[in-house]
Design a protein around this ligand. Structure first.
Ligand code: SAH
Length: 354
């Protein structure tokens, strides 16, 4: 750990402790939001030397097939030249680089926009894709021309709110300090009015998780797609049917750690509720093309053939290529847990694989 990171950790832990000592427990949403903002601001967490690895960092095939999907739907929608490529939380810019290379083969050369909050990652992204425009959020994205939007492992980093059923009714899940350590506790304020009627009488201990930030992003995206045209692929680990229980987890150096130690030093994530997000898009008159597993999506787009083609060019990498492909599509690996949700303007055609 560098001295600077040590100081950061100290200050976020101290800040939370002071806040809680003075004003009482903070919401889990507050805790997760501040912890992740601190986490992403100061470091590049991706890759084998980092805390976690993502699909585009596993293999170039991932970004190439996303690019192929976008080029295919763009061609069938009529090849509007004024199109923009938008990526949410582009990490090291690897997915964008691979997707743009694949799109170029089909004559698609969009203006590139990255929505990113991390100063460290912004520099790496611009080095990977010179000329990309950076945005702090979706509000400054261009208002003209269709948008081709991609977000891989972006929504899972946005802070969640948890509501828990105790003997007296529903409460917000808060973070308190007990014996000098952060601990999740039930708040004191009744939250029954926030619970859907079907879940109100759930047994004690039931927990409901919602992600207001993810819903806001999808709401804004849906509106843009309806008004400007275009399509979006949102890829993340998550579930396609409503469910209860906490999915909060923390990763550090590729290991699961307690989310309530070291705020700002481990990556905090939650599963994405794709069913809820599809409803948000539909409520804005956007098309929900479907939500499928990553394994099915990549198989339908031809990952097996792509792996074979790459192995032909570089036979010395054949075994590694097949291992990477299996990691992306096999059920026991990323193939089933990760989902791909497709959204599109009502005027745009269906997308491949949905
Ligand atoms: N898509 C990349 C990186 C995933 S990690 C990949 O697949 O490799 C999450 C990314 O989202 C990082 O780039 C992180 O800095 C960014 N991010 C997290 N929270 C954000 C927020 N609230 N606003 C903008 N970017 C955010």
């Amino acid at each position: 750990m560098t001295g600077a990171q040590g100081q950061d950790r100290e200050s976020l832990t101290t800040m939370f402790q002071r806040l809680i000592a003075n004003y009482g427990p903070i919401t889990l949403q507050h805790y997760m939001g501040e912890a992740n903002a601190r986490y992403y601001a100061g470091k590049d967490p991706l890759g084998s030397g980092g805390d976690f690895i993502t699909a585009p960092e596993i293999s170039q095939m991932f970004g190439e097939l996303i690019g192929l999907w976008l080029a295919d739907i763009w061609i069938r929608a009529g090849r509007d030249e004024a199109v923009h490529y938008v990526e949410l939380g582009p990490g090291r810019g690897t997915l964008a680089k691979d997707a743009l290379r694949a799109m170029k083969r089909y004559g698609l050369e969009p203006q590139v926009h990255f929505v990113e909050s991390s100063t460290t990652l912004k520099d790496i992204q611009i080095a990977a894709v010179p000329g990309a425009r950076l945005h702090a959020d979706l509000s400054t994205l261009p208002m003209d021309g269709p948008l081709l939007v991609v977000g891989n492992e972006f929504l899972d980093a946005l802070p969640v709110r948890q509501l828990v059923r105790i003997a007296d009714g529903w409460r917000e899940r808060m973070v308190d300090v007990q014996d000098g350590r952060f601990r999740p506790v039930a708040g004191t304020k009744p939250m029954d009015a926030a619970i859907p009627p079907a879940l109100k009488d759930s047994p004690e201990g039931t927990l409901i998780e919602t992600c207001p930030g993810a819903a806001a992003v999808v709401y804004e995206l849906a509106g843009r797609l309806v008004h400007q045209g275009g399509a979006a692929l949102l890829i993340d680990y998550g579930h396609d049917a409503p469910r209860t229980g906490s999915t909060l987890q923390a990763l550090k150096a590729h290991q699961r750690v307690d989310p309530f130690t070291m705020p700002g030093e481990a990556d905090l994530t939650c599963h994405v509720d794709f069913a809820a997000l599809a409803n948000v898009a539909l409520s804005h008159d956007c098309r929900h093309l479907g939500t499928v597993t990553q394994g099915r999506f990549l198989r339908d787009l031809g990952i097996e053939a792509r792996a074979q083609a790459l192995a032909k060019v570089a036979p010395q990498h054949e075994a590694a290529l097949h291992l990477a492909k299996d990691r992306l599509i096999e059920e026991g690996q990323m193939g089933a847990l990760f989902k791909v949700m497709g959204l599109a303007s009502p005027d745009w055609p269906d997308g491949a694989s949905f």
